[in-house]
Ligand binder design. Structure first.
Ligand SMILES: [Cu+2]
Length: 467
């Protein structure tokens, strides 16, 4: 048994502490969400757009307008970004599935990370057996919208652009000649590009009063432990299909973070950890409990105390995102490489808006990240950061001879969820380990296993039984 597995076992064997941290007031009835009334949908609007020929009337040009060869010859670094447009069935809460549309078999699509000034070579392939064409619009580009048409099944198309501005940028399917763009995006065809500033990220200043009441400024190096958090909604009918009528009414059936409702809440392992019983939930909503759910079983986000943490946040949805972390203050909010705020409690993102949040978790504990709209919280817009060692496991691990020194977060044993971990960039601190978690097809899971990420659902059953 390697050290990681040993520690995992020990964590699983340690019982009961701090359960009140996970106290919760909401009920399953509230979480079940609303039922959608298709009869109320305003089909006339959609019909009118179709009769106009869709928005194709103003989009007559071909998909690939930008000359990749000319950009490659400029001597700039060229980064290939290859996506496949494919419709697949993916899980949703309650043991059901929905008819998803994806970039490369995952929701959100793969994250692109480049440095300001790089050339992005975007290639979109649509398999011959795909049911529809797809497009791609990257907000990191500054190209005429005339360049964004769709690619038919069985075809591949490409465009290139210079990532000129630093920041976080959405990318999304642009539908078939822009028709059905909303359907394709809300069915899962969205992701982000992170464009690192040409000169890297800035160090973080945190200004607070100290215990004595004196003003205390502390500086953290620009290097940070990074996470990506992409918010969106699902608008589904009972059959798991996109419901445009519900979308027009802003009547969503789920709030998702990185594609999943309640994807970062405790699971059965945490039940054992805190209550000594796999079947005693410590959080009212644990819809992804159970090892049989494999990469869908919910996972937590682990950070160290007194560590610079950087969050890349995007709102892909139709509803505002009131981003808040319960028990923390957002030490710095940056948009477009310009600081917008410091020491703010909540920051508002509209649709297709983003930010970079830099913060430090001062005290050990569990901190909920939420869309501070209660309807969003109750329909899935919540997850948990766990900072440091709030459950006091380190002394036990050292006593047991598993560790010689204390570890600064549980990520060293369990890893952080792969769908929340962006690719490494200019000032990234590597995560101690990464577990496989996300709205993925089996092929994507296999790729992540091959890349060395931990399949917790396979590791945990091989451990000795809990005494
Ligand atoms: Cu599409």
């Amino acid at each position: 048994m390697n050290k990681r597995v040993s520690m995992l076992f020990t964590i699983a064997a340690v019982a009961v502490m701090g359960a009140t941290l996970f106290g919760s007031t909401y009920t399953q009835t509230q979480i079940a969400g609303q039922s959608l009334d298709i009869n109320q949908m305003d089909v006339n609007v959609i019909e009118q757009i179709h009769q106009m020929g869709g928005l194709q009337l103003v989009m007559p040009q071909a998909f690939a307008e930008t000359d990749c060869g000319a950009l490659a010859d400029t001597g700039r670094n060229v980064v290939e970004f290859n996506l496949t447009g494919e419709s697949v069935e993916l899980p949703i809460m309650g043991g059901k599935t929905y008819n998803a549309m994806t970039f490369s078999g995952q929701v959100p699509g793969p994250t692109l990370r480049v440095t300001q000034g790089d050339v992005v070579q975007m290639t979109l392939s649509i398999p011959a057996d795909e049911v529809t064409g797809h497009g791609n619009d990257m907000h990191a580009s500054q190209m005429t919208a005339l360049a964004f048409d769709s690619v038919n099944p069985g075809e591949t198309s490409q465009y290139c652009y210079i990532a000129e501005s630093a920041g976080v940028f959405k990318y999304h399917c642009s539908g078939v000649h822009l028709i059905g763009m909303d359907q394709h995006v809300f069915s899962g065809m969205y992701g982000i590009a992170i464009v690192d500033p040409a000169n890297g990220y800035k160090k973080l200043m945190v200004e607070k009063t100290s215990g004595s009441g004196e003003l205390d400024r502390k500086f953290y190096d620009a290097d940070a432990l990074e996470f990506q958090l992409q918010f969106n909604q699902l608008y589904l009918n009972e059959d798991g299909n996109y419901d445009a009528g519900a979308m027009f009414q802003h009547h969503n059936s789920a709030t998702v973070v990185n594609g999943i409702q309640f994807g970062y809440v405790p699971n059965m392992l945490h039940n054992i950890l805190l209550k000594g019983d796999a079947n005693k939930n410590i959080f009212v909503a644990q819809p992804w409990n159970g090892l049989e759910l494999e990469n869908m079983q919910s996972q937590l986000l682990y950070v160290e105390n007194d560590q610079h943490v950087r969050l890349f946040v995007e709102n892909h949805g139709n509803e505002p995102l009131f981003f808040h972390i319960v028990g923390e203050i957002l030490d710095r909010v940056t948009q477009g490489n310009r600081v917008q705020s410091a020491a703010t409690e909540t920051w508002l993102l509209g649709g297709s808006q983003n930010m970079i949040v830099d913060l430090v978790f001062d005290e050990p504990g569990a901190y909920a990240l939420v869309n501070h709209d209660y309807a969003a919280i109750y329909t899935g817009g919540i997850g948990l950061f766990v900072a440091g060692d709030p459950f006091g496991l380190n002394p036990r691990l050292i006593d047991a001879g598993i560790l010689t020194d204390a570890v600064p977060s549980y990520a060293y044993a369990l890893g952080n969820p792969s769908d929340a971990v962006p690719p490494m960039g200019a000032n990234s601190i590597a995560h101690p380990a990464v577990n496989i978690h996300g709205l993925y097809t089996d092929d994507v899971v296999s790729e992540k296993k091959d890349a060395g990420m931990i399949p917790l659902w396979e590791v945990i059953p091989t451990l000795p039984p809990v005494p």
